[in-house]
Design a protein around this ligand. Structure first.
Ligand code: COA
Length: 344
């Protein structure tokens, strides 16, 4: 470890990548699957379409190309990666980790690799871990890949949930930065386990190992009490955003681009208004991709980059809320691709 103290050390995002399958399911398509309408879905959620895989496609199949795109932007060779973290609720299998499978696919032979389960907050949880691993002096380069095949756990007979989700993987390269650059200004994550009963997938774990009965009872599908989750999410996302901004010594008015988790446009708008962020400074991708759980924020970050919405030094705010309950916020300055320099 160099002479820099942990607080002085600059850590940030130097590359971002995203990968979605080609196939698209529109709201009109859903009208043929469940009793719903394009009007209801748009008005209540903001979703118009979502990308979906062919059945049998694993999370790693989207995760590997997303990771390679992020590495290309950061000008980082896979062999330079110290750690791979994959937040996911839809791993290829329970073990080995999807992170290990992606490590092999991209040739990151020097990395240790593990999955975490933070649900929709998996990305902010992972950024907190990545920042800490670098500030500890253990590593210079961490790869975070949110990889989700939400269609693999969606019940296509339940109109309350199946219309909400899409498939996506998106990755960021987190690195120690040159001293003249700013990266993470603050992050904060939290959990409230009393919310576990409102959003879950009960089957397939040690409580309910897979049996014919658990499958017949549809326990291998995601279930949520949407109304209950909505009520907590709407206040929870605003609260964590305010807390992390305060930690960074900023207010919503200092934010150049707000990238919230995209579960429901009404939750996003409520949070934005509470923070006094104008609509043009909030990234909206839910219309095109639906809720893609831990891939959502890095995916929206890549879309923002492709649309020319990111400028060097911009202050970005990420905010999440999800199953657990889990929540998280990150304030980070946007750094140019390849801005990293190996410390002496
Ligand atoms: N099409 C048509 N009608 C539908 C429908 C659909 N796809 N889904 C539900 N409905 C119906 C319900 O059956 C209900 O009918 P009823 O009054 O006859 O029982 C009615 O619409 C209202 O349902 P409700 O659940 O109150 O809708 P809502 O406005 O709360 O919207 C969600 C539902 C899921 C979109 C919303 O609750 C939500 O976004 N929740 C939070 C999600 C979240 O943040 N999750 C955490 C991260 S994953």
């Amino acid at each position: 470890m160099s002479q820099k103290t942990q607080a002085e050390m600059k850590v940030g995002i130097t590359g971002v990548g995203m990968h979605v399958p080609e196939k698209i399911l529109t709201n009109k398509d859903f009208e043929k699957i469940v009793d719903t309408s394009d009007e209801w879905i748009v008005e209540r959620t903001g979703i118009r379409e979502r990308h979906v895989v062919e059945p049998g496609t694993p999370a790693s199949a989207l995760g590997a190309p997303a990771a390679l795109q992020a590495l290309e932007m950061a000008k980082v060779d896979p062999m330079e990666i110290g750690v791979i973290i994959v937040p996911t609720v839809t791993p290829d299998m329970l073990f080995p980790s999807t992170a290990c499978i992606i490590q092999e696919k991209i040739g990151a032979k020097n990395a240790w690799a593990f999955d975490i389960l933070g649900a929709c907050s998996g990305f902010t949880y992972s950024l907190g871990l990545a920042d800490s691993l670098i500030r500890s002096g253990a590593h210079d380069t961490v790869l975070v890949i949110g990889a989700e095949i939400m269609t693999s756990i969606a019940d296509y007979t339940d109109r309350n949930t199946c219309i909400l989700f899409g498939d996506m993987a998106a990755a960021v390269v987190v690195q120690r930065l040159r001293d003249d650059l700013d990266g993470f200004l603050a992050w904060e994550n939290g959990a409230d386990g009393s919310g576990a009963k409102y959003l879950y997938m009960k089957g397939g774990g040690s409580l309910h190992p897979a049996t014919h009965e658990t499958v017949d009872a549809k326990m291998h599908y995601l279930w949520q009490d949407g109304k209950a989750v909505y009520k907590v999410a709407v206040e929870g996302m605003a609260r964590i955003s305010e807390r992390v901004l305060e930690k960074a010594g900023l207010t919503g008015e200092d934010v150049d681009l707000f990238i919230p988790h995209q579960a429901n446009l009404r939750i996003m708008d409520y949070t934005r208004r509470k923070l006094k962020i104008p609509p043009e400074k909030m990234m909206v991708t839910i219309d095109r991709y639906g809720n893609t759980t831990s891939a959502t924020i890095p995916g929206a970050l890549r879309v923002a980059y492709d649309e020319g919405k990111l400028h060097e030094g911009d202050t970005l705010l990420f905010a999440t809320f999800g199953a657990g309950f889990t929540f998280g916020g990150v304030v980070v300055k946007w750094t140019p691709a390849g801005g990293y320099k190996t410390p002496a």
